[in-house]
Design a protein around this ligand. Structure first.
Ligand code: PLP
Length: 397
């Protein structure tokens, strides 16, 4: 890439402005790991707290309003997720996972997760993921790939035999609720701690949809704050009171020191948006995902789990395996201003927050299917941009 030696400042602005115009104004964003924040959340992200330090040992003075904000944020998170305590400090979902593994897994022990091959989160389940750094061995849930879910019966046997120190429900390719309730007792008997990585589905859970991990037997619920939950990028952990001291003791000062207080201000506000409006937003997200899946399926695009209602989350999963075909389609969609990931997963959070409804999802499905069937992306691009421009407000705020 060539950068001219004059006026770095204007070049920086130009690059950011080009991204802003394209991704924020012209594209249909369908990445299930992404969302859009409200204007107030963005405003709070750029506030003075972003310049400040605060530490538990009171090393820094001048933090009284940050102290107050943190308590308020934790209170709202507890209300939203039905938890006894919360921390908004993890800087990302991955860091929340690191804190959880460092706290609950025994070195020399094992962690049971969905494998990366079945859509588990590589940061936890890949052989090069975080658990191996702390001498924790990976085990994988038996998985029914037709139904895209854990095989609960086989998993019970594996938990009884292996007695993993930690069992983590939740995954990155997440279509259907996991059998937490069904396996909680086997985990307790085996002495396994039970956790739910809700990175993808926190916004659905906050709105009373998908499942209620803490009430079904998990002692911690954690994840990213910016996927189906419409907060700033970051992480969160909420849980039962028995584990609070263990987790918080590990978190500071070992894994999180500076927690980025502007982010915590913005997250607190987003949690309150979810508290007030999540019950309207979450069912719409799922309804839209089902409508999009149906539209694609009826137009001949291969959608995973057609026999099982496609999805119960914000994700639609295309049934494609050939890497070259995936590369070609995802690039052609990008050329048409339709942004998905290489899963291929398609998500409806951002579209829903912008106000799209099932009939609009049908139109999105139509545009995707035309690209899939070979129409020149340049012919689809203006239609995708026109559709996107029809939805410029941010709802549920
Ligand atoms: C299940 C799961 N856990 C954790 C993460 C990590 O989240 P973050 O990107 O916030 O670090 C992801 C990211 O996609 C994920 O899918």
């Amino acid at each position: 890439m060539e950068f001219s030696s004059t006026s770095y400042a204007s070049q920086i602005r130009k690059i950011v402005d080009k991204h802003q115009k394209w991704r924020a104004e012209e594209c249909l964003n369908l990445i299930p790991s992404e969302n859009v924040t409200s204007h107030t959340v963005r405003q709070l992200l750029s506030g003075d707290m972003g310049h400040r330090y605060r530490a538990d040992d009171r090393f820094y003075k001048g933090t009284k309003f940050m102290d107050e904000l943190e308590s308020f944020g934790e209170k709202i998170a507890c209300e939203v997720f039905g938890a006894d305590w919360a921390t908004l400090r993890p800087l990302s979902g991955h860091m929340a996972d690191m804190i959880m593994v460092s706290t609950l897994a025994k070195p020399g022990g094992s962690i049971l997760t969905v494998s990366p091959a079945d859509g588990g989160y590589p940061g936890l389940s890949d052989q090069a993921g975080y658990p191996t750094f702390v001498n924790v061995r990976n085990l994988y849930f038996p998985f029914d790939s037709e139904r895209m879910n854990i095989d609960a019966e086989k998993a019970r046997g594996l938990i009884e035999d292996e007695k993993p120190s930690l069992v983590v429900f939740g995954q990155s390719f997440f279509l259907f609720p996991h059998p937490v309730k069904e396996l909680a007792e086997a985990c307790n008997t085996a002495g396994s701690r039970v956790v739910y990585d809700g990175s993808h589905v926190l916004g659905l859970i906050a709105g009373g949809e998908f499942q209620r991990p803490l009430q079904e037997g998990a002692e911690l619920l954690l994840g990213s704050t910016h996927k189906s939950l419409f907060g700033p990028q970051g992480g969160i952990i909420v849980g039962k009171k028995e584990v609070e001291a263990e987790v918080k003791g590990r978190q500071f000062p070992g894994l999180v020191d500076n927690a980025h207080w502007n982010r915590i201000a913005a997250l607190t506000y987003a949690l309150d948006e979810a508290r007030r409006n999540g019950g309207k937003y979450a069912p719409r997200v799922i309804e839209n995902a089902k409508a999009l899946a149906k539209s694609l399926h009826e137009r001949g695009v291969p959608v995973k789990c057609a026999d099982y209602g496609f999805t119960a989350s914000h994700q639609v999963y295309l049934n494609m395996k050939d890497e070259k075909e995936i590369d070609r389609l995802t690039q052609r969609l990008e050329d048409a201003n339709i942004i998905v990931d290489r899963g291929i997963r398609i998500g409806t959070c951002e579209a829903t927050r912008r106000g799209m409804k099932p009939k609009d999802m049908d139109r999105v499905g139509e545009l995707i299917s035309q690209v899939y069937k070979g129409t020149d992306p340049a012919r689809i691009r203006p239609q995708a941009t026109r559709l996107r421009r029809g939805f410029s407000s941010i709802l549920y705020a």
